[in-house]
Design a protein around this ligand. Structure first.
Ligand code: ZN
Length: 319
């Protein structure tokens, strides 16, 4: 930690690329296995150490993820990189195992209504089923991490109370989960809340590893990252070109863009281990394939360090 006027900024953070899953699952366009493999390999080449390659869910529910098995089998694995995948049920876990996945993420919503809309069960019912997953993963040497959707706010219920989040984290802890992703699925978290929830859960569960996952739906994504850093959390999910959303949460578009996150950190003197130019070039390729605009800023504005032409002398001051 570097001391600066009383603020403990992290010297580095870890970027977890969730584009192949959270980004692509919300696009109308279906990506081929080859395209997905290429995006994953380029992201790792750009420096990503954690990458969410897809999800093992029912192909009818999320057709964009129907070929995750094939993608997992084809990617050239790089030593030291964590290739994680999302699972929803036992069948998904079995598919992940068969495809050689060693790290799975089990997701539940902290909000009761979102959970019912997303998984057809209450959070309590989902938590009750956690044990079965833990036994399976322990037996097969797969690491199981927990993901909590709508951790801060939910479009159906509003602000999610801290106690509700804490109760879901406790459920994960009980079955031996050592890493939890706290997700603001619908872009409702604000920086003050992120700081308060972050400080609190770190105090309550000192041995847990944390990842924060923000959507920029209401423009608070990067501010929330900063609040998370100040709360002492140093791992953040992001998505190339800022794609993403949640098919079950109305209006929940746009993960924070990886290129924006990396750019901000580098401007702040916080290292990410990623090559920003390669990250930007990857985001451009993604944008070309999907063929529409995305919510990323750097793709539109360029880097702060780009040399810009001096303003024309028309007498007007830039403001
Ligand atoms: Zn998400």
């Amino acid at each position: 930690m570097r001391q600066e006027k009383g603020i403990d900024w992290p010297s580095s953070i870890v970027v977890c690329e969730v584009g192949p899953r959270d980004g692509l699952q919300n696009e109308k366009k279906l990506f081929s296995v080859e395209q997905k493999v290429e995006l994953i390999e380029r992201s790792v080449h750009a420096g990503a150490k954690i990458i969410e390659i897809g999800s093992f869910v029912h192909p009818k529910a999320v057709p964009q993820m129907a070929d995750t098995d094939e993608v997992a089998k084809r990617i050239k694995r790089v030593e030291g990189v964590e290739y994680r995948a999302l699972v929803m049920n036992m069948k998904g876990l079995e598919r992940a195992l068969a495809a050689g996945i060693r790290k799975t993420k089990l997701t539940v919503s902290a909000s009761r209504s979102h959970c019912l809309a997303n998984m057809n069960r209450t959070p309590e019912e989902v938590v009750a089923g956690f044990g079965e997953f833990a036994e399976f993963t322990a037996k097969h040497g797969i690491e199981l991490s927990g993901g909590i959707a709508t951790s801060f706010g939910c479009p159906f219920e509003g602000r999610v109370p801290l106690e509700q989040l804490v109760s879901v984290i406790s459920g994960f802890k009980k079955i031996g989960v050592k890493e939890v992703s706290i997700s603001d699925t619908t872009g409702m978290a604000n920086p003050r809340q992120v700081y308060e929830y972050g400080v609190h859960v770190r105090k309550l569960f000192p041995d847990m590893k944390w990842i924060l996952h923000f959507h920029d739906t209401r423009g608070m994504g990067l501010a929330n990252v900063v609040a998370g850093m100040l709360a002492g959390i140093d791992r953040f999910d992001s998505c190339f070109a800022g794609l993403g959303g949640c098919p079950f949460a109305p209006g929940a578009t746009g993960n924070i863009a990886t290129e924006d996150l990396v750019h901000m950190c580098h401007e702040m003197g916080i290292s990410t281990g990623m090559d920003l130019d390669e990250v930007i070039s990857l985001a451009r390729s993604v944008k070309e394939i999907i063929g529409h605009d995305t919510s990323g800023f750097i793709l539109r504005a360029g880097k702060c360090s780009d040399i810009v032409a001096p303003p024309k002398k028309d007498g007007k001051e830039a403001s």
